[in-house]
Design a protein around this ligand. Sequence first.
Ligand code: NAD
Length: 256
Amino acid sequence: MRLKGKVAIITGAAAGVPGEMMGIGGAAAWLFVREGATVVIGDINEKQGRRTVAKLRESGGEALFQHLDVTSEQGWQGVVRETASRYGKLDILVNNAGIGILATVEETTVELWDAHMNVHARGAFLGTKYAIPEVRKAGGGSIVNVSSIHGITGSPTLAAYHAAKGAVRIFTKAAAIQYAKDKIRVNSVHPGYTMTPMTEPGFSIPDVMKAVMGRIPLGRLAKPEEIAAGILYLASDESSYVTGAELVIDGGVTAQ
Ligand SMILES: NC(=O)c1ccc[n+]([C@@H]2O[C@H](COP(=O)([O-])OP(=O)(O)OC[C@H]3O[C@@H](n4cnc5c(N)ncnc54)[C@H](O)[C@@H]3O)[C@@H](O)[C@H]2O)c1
């Protein structure tokens, strides 16, 4: 019960139905509920999100689905308001929603650039901005931003995704410094290559898989639960002296 009594919002956590491929947010939702948290899932994938919430409830957990486009300021205001009025407070925010479309610099259109920056950078900014007053009222808490190893190093096939994840990484440190006085810790998680609904289409291309595997010292992809374990650590009071930090969970990729 590492999150007993805590109320958490996790974005992009729609893919969390047992027996189906889970996303990182979906896996985190299960860990959070298992550890005693109430979980509010905010996602644009309403059908999948509602199925996940139904399964979490069947397991005895308290969970709620909220339709949320993380790029929408009004959307964020509504979800934070609903969470606080229904559960009385907000302790934890996990900014996890994401998109990832392969395109080099020349292949990247302005629309694709904006889409990545909006979901990742603007999404984490708005979530943090609107969560802070509630987390402050709760006496402090934890914000976890899911960046990527691609927020730290480059790659041959992506451009906007790197820029957006790099923005999330450094935004995290600014927020950590500004809200340490309110006992609000803000950290980033940097997953390596993880099999999820988002990456499965790319990883099923044999050449892509071969190139990816060649870069991973531990010799295998991550499971979403292995990333969720890091998110849980940063969300819980076990990381009470950790803020502005980067938790890399990548099988050794960025150690090279
Ligand atoms: N899978 C990996 O290899 C990997 C590696 C590093 C970082 N990440 C990051 O981890 C996070 C989770 O990714 P995943 O691979 O588990 O994906 P996933 O398959 O769970 O899909 C991401 C989720 O985000 C939701 N989403 C997309 N746009 C949204 C929006 N505008 N508003 C609200 N929700 C939205 C989707 O509906 C989906 O449920 C992402 O931020 C991703 O960039 C993933």
